[in-house]
Design a protein around this ligand. Sequence first.
Ligand code: 5GP
Ligand code: ZN
Length: 118
Amino acid sequence: MCIFCKIVNNEIPSNKVLENDEFLAFHDINPKAPIHVLVIPKKHVESFHEVDGETMAKMTPFIQEVAKMLCIDKSGYRLVTNIGKDGGQEVPHLHFHLLGGGKLRWDHRSDANPQKNI
Ligand code: 5GP
Ligand code: ZN
């Protein structure tokens, strides 16, 4: 069972923000912004590339609700999902990083040469 499935099952504790039958939002253990919350589907889906449209359609208003609860809906925030190896995904369970609480930098460094089309 993956680490986020264990969080869903309360086998690993987490600092929860919001949950319903299908989704869970909890604070990232290693925050990279003043507010850094992870939003996941409770059912195991490996990444954004595997998720179905119906789940995403339901996840959208849930994420918007989490942003409202955190009071960053007006000031703005960033929503990021890493996919696979090159995307930097470390936990193989779909999660959206909800980042905010301050002006965020935009910094996507890559080991690949940006001049090359790879
Ligand atoms: P990824 O690199 O897969 O996009 O992001 C995984 C995120 O999960 C990281 O930001 C990391 O800090 C967070 N994370 C990893 N393990 C745990 C955990 O046990 N609890 C919580 N709350 N966050 C975790
Ligand atoms: Zn999982």
